[in-house]
Write a protein that binds this ligand. Sequence first.
Ligand SMILES: Cc1ncc(COP(=O)(O)O)c(C=O)c1O
Length: 376
Amino acid sequence: MTLECEKIGGINLAQGVCDTPVPKIIQEEAFRGMENGVNIYTRFDGIHELRGAIAEKAWKYNRIKANPETDVVVSAGSTGSFYCACLALLDPGDEVILFEPYYGYHINTLLAVETVPRYVRMEPPDWSFSEKELEKAATARTKAIVLNTPGNPSGKVFSPRELELIAEFAQRHDLFVFTDEIYEYFLYDGRIHISPGSLEALADRTITISGFSKTFSITGWRIGYSISSAKWANRIGYMNDLIYVCAPAPLQYGVAMGMSQLDSSFYEDLSREYSRKRGKLCDTLKQAGLRPHVPQGAYYILADVSSLPGNNSKKKAMYLLEQTGVACVPGEAFYHDASGKDLVRFCFAKTDQELNEACQRLGQFSSKSSTLLSVR
Ligand SMILES: Cc1ncc(COP(=O)(O)O)c(C=O)c1O
């Protein structure tokens, strides 16, 4: 959709690329690093300052105890962290439970390491799942369960009750819990983030994955990390060394500086700002007759586009792009079957200027389509 969007010079609400500004302090420290000769490999699991800042934040924000010397592995984005964790801890043929709608890189990473995904469906409006379905997905070969909270594309924020249930389930079946928490600061309507790894029952079996792409608007810097018990972190670190050697050196210093200097107001502002953008796009979609499932977190909106022409979500997304110049992602990208055929995903991590322009175009589409309806 990004390529199609570029062809017509449209507005790309498809890809999860936030083009909001990078905090100055982070940029300046990265520049300073380059100027001061920080241009060589770092320790395989990241620089001391960043591992320390991550461990401190893990305790203060996530309520996870992590030893920065043994439990934290800085990697090439959370994507790199997930890939290294899967390679290190899973074997071909292992079954892994994945909630759907899922994030594309999760399914493709699981397939790349030759594991067998088992799907558990989450249903709107709150993207809840059935305990029975979860139980049905487990077999003697199940080795892990993947969580994403807040989730892409659904915005799902797992509730304390759901996490307790998953904790009991993971313990009973002796599973790893891989949890991708990259959107941990993007929370709406007073929701709070609970890290599965903070639950006592899960502490030893959880690989907590996160990164800075979204929080600091640095998707191209490629800095993320995993936190796990030393015995798992050791294996994950080995894979990280083998594949990436280390994360970009001067950029690690920039991120470490941002983590130590930006206070809670930065993260609160982030939530407020994105909540405003969520409201704006949801309102526009409603007016356009593209019914949004209002997200609880993250920065995507899944919208019901059954009213658009076309018998699958790709045709519907292409129709919308042709009519409005606004690109979105076809919903079938988030399901292993045709269940997403009436859904598309919009990303609202955009500058105000771009989001306003997109909303204006979608708004005109709404008036165009209502004219069509009245003619009919
Ligand atoms: C759920 C989820 N995890 C990970 C990523 C990628 O993160 P990173 O840039 O840290 O690799 C994304 C980006 O869209 C995402 O949506």
